[in-house]
Design a protein around this ligand. Sequence first.
Ligand SMILES: Cc1cc2nc3c(=O)[nH]c(=O)nc-3n(C[C@H](O)[C@H](O)[C@H](O)COP(=O)(O)OP(=O)(O)OC[C@H]3O[C@@H](n4cnc5c(N)ncnc54)[C@H](O)[C@@H]3O)c2cc1C
Length: 413
Amino acid sequence: MTSRGIGVVGAGISGLTLALRLQQLGVDVTLYAESSADGMRRSRLPNTVARMKATRAREQALGSEHFALAGLSDTAKISIKGEPPLEFRGALEHSFHALDFRLLIPAFLDDFTSRGGRLVVTEGSPGAAEVERWSADHELIVVAAGRRSVAELFPRDDRRSPYDRPQRSLLAGLYSGIAPAGFSYNVSPGCGEIFQMPMWTRDGLAAGMLIEAIPGSPLEPVTRLSYLDDPRAFTRTLEKALAEHAPRIAERIDPGSFAPLGPDDLLQGAVTPVVRTPVAKLSTGRVALAIGDAWITNDPITGQGANLGSHCAWVTAEAIAGGGPYGEEFGRSVAAEMWRVAGPVTEWSNAFLQPPAEHVLRLFAGAAVHRGLADRFVNLFSDPVAAWAVFSDPAQVDALLAAAPEVSLPAAP
Ligand SMILES: Cc1cc2nc3c(=O)[nH]c(=O)nc-3n(C[C@H](O)[C@H](O)[C@H](O)COP(=O)(O)OP(=O)(O)OC[C@H]3O[C@@H](n4cnc5c(N)ncnc54)[C@H](O)[C@@H]3O)c2cc1C
């Protein structure tokens, strides 16, 4: 059988960024996707992703910027509920871009095929046997098939996976009736976190919102409510939960028009954070390398998964373009390079699922009174390596607080 370059399984942000970059670098690539671009456009809301600086720069380098002027947040506001609440707003040096993945991912797929990319649309969701079979046709197969991935090929790495069950119950959705005000991150101590931002969707500009409820907390029931059973009760209960746990969002709600855009614009569930072994030797003698959520699935609490998938894809493409052989050693070296960012993302995401450490609370308190610190804090979300260096190290927090200006300005309300 003649080998046809690289096989990429999965057409999410990881697989498509990889396929587009390989195509750009002149590497022969075949993309295996579960669904056509039109099928993706019609699907249920898969997430509520904010894409940040480096991801957006990679899309620009690929010539694949889509809907780039809509769904932007130029500021991020952090509110921690309490008496009094702790709050600050920071200016983002590089806007966050929130675009419904049912617009972004099919647009990437169309870019790939319109530039001559080879696409195989698979029937349903194939497993390890299909990956083994397809691998015979390729020098290397990269599995970017997301968190429901072929787990048999990539067993859990216990050392890097501290949780064996979800730490949050999730309700993600798109809504009308919330006035836009940039990105906001609202903490209800002991109950969970609520993220909200303007988002460009199939219906134009809407409000994207993710509720991360701690299991067993008073916030959890709303994440399990059925919308279809009683849409009005769902909306009223959600409004009450926001008034209780995220009052800064609740005060921007217009009760007359607040509602989910539609039943397919809601997503409920939970994620068990897991890091998998990224390299598998297949019966064909070829190697499979896992990237993105297929390798590491984090809870979305720090908003890094898609950004990390894009990063992994880029690192992998550069290594592939550097030449083979694409054996296990190649896979391990790419994984080590990816871990330089994936490690901080994973540790940060896992840490933020726990109550905040004392030095992180000190940083929150400092940011609430120093404008410069507030700006520094919110921009950390675009730089996970720097973020984890700060959040994991009380000495770094002390240094930041010591460097804050003597005359402090209250952060903007
Ligand atoms: C509610 C929520 C909010 C989030 N918010 C953020 C955020 O703000 N910022 C951020 O960076 N991340 C966020 N994330 C995480 C982000 O959505 C994921 O990390 C990212 O989409 C993973 O991309 P991926 O390409 O690796 O996998 P996926 O997006 O899962 O894509 C994999 C693709 O492969 C296909 N597939 C699966 N199996 C096969 C197969 N065997 N053969 C062929 N195709 C297959 C699937 O249909 C899918 O299209 C959020 C996630 C959720 C759930």
